[in-house]
Design a protein around this ligand. Sequence first.
Ligand code: ADP
Ligand code: MG
Length: 276
Amino acid sequence: SRSKASATHGKKDKQGEPVYPAPLEHFTDLEARFAISRRLCQNVRDQGYVTATEVQLAALPLLIDSPKRILPGEVAAYSAVDDNEGIDLLTVAPTGSGKTLAFLLPLFHKIAQARRKEEKLERRTTALILAPTKELVSQITNEGRKLGANTGIQVAQVRKGMRLGHDLDTNGNSMGDESVVKVDILVATPGTLHSIFKDINEEAAALEDVDTLVLDEADVLLDPLFREQTTGIWKKLSNPGLRVSLWSATMGSNIEELARSIIESRHKRLQPSDDV
Ligand code: ADP
Ligand code: MG
C-alpha cells in the first residue's frame, strides 16, 4: 500500500511549479541530491540498508527539502504551515516499514548542516522525539546512535532523575555530575520528560532551542491516556521555527483533526493576527 506522503508528490501550484519535492528514487541519491554528508550515508549503509523503503522514499525529500510553498488544507497529509520553510508532516505507514530512519535521517542532516555552517557551534538540544513506551524510546535512541556514529551528533534517552543542560565530554560522558546532559537530540516518553523538571520554567528553558518535534506512534501519544502530557510538551516548545512531524501505523479516530487544531492554534499564537 502506498504511504500517505507519496500521494502528495507531483502536485503543481497555479504557476505550474511543483509544490512538493519529487520522491527519492534510490538511497544512493541522498548524497547527490540533498548533499547529505558522506559519513551519514555511510552510517545508513553500515546498517545493511541497501534500498530505501517506500515510506523513506516518500518522506525523506519532504522533510529534507523545504518545499517552495504549502497550500494549507489542500492536502490531507499536511497540517497548516507558515511561510516557505519547513513543513509539518503526518505520515501513516505500516509497522515495520522503516519510519524510524525516515524521521531520524532528516534530523541528523539538519544538525550536521548547522554544524558545517558554524564550526564552533555550541551544542544545543534542537530536536525532541517523543514515543509512548520506554522500549520504543531506547530502540529509537539506539538507531540514532548508529546513524550518528562519528558525526559528533549526540542523542540521548531521557531517564528518570536526569538533569539537562550541561555538555558531555568528547567521549560522550557527562562532565561532573553524572546525570547532567546536554545533547543534540533527546528521546523521551512524555511522562519521563515531565518528571525530570522542577517546574515549568525549567522545562521551557531546557527546551527553548528545540526546533524539531517528532511524535512517533502519534496515534498512541495523542490518545486519551497520553494526550494531555503530549500536548502539554508540544505547547511549551516556544521556538517560532518549530517543525512537527507525526508518525503512525494507523490513523486513530481523530489524530489528524487534533494535530491540525494544535498546529493551527500555535500558528495563531506565533503570528500577528490581521483581524483585530
Ligand atoms: P516502523 O517504525 O515503521 O514500524 P522501523 O523503523 O522500526 O519500522 O523499522 C523496521 C525494521 O526495518 C527495523 O529493523 C529497521 O532496522 C529495518 N529497516 C529500516 N529501514 C530499512 C531499509 N531501508 N532497508 C532494510 N531494513 C530497514
Ligand atoms: Mg516505529
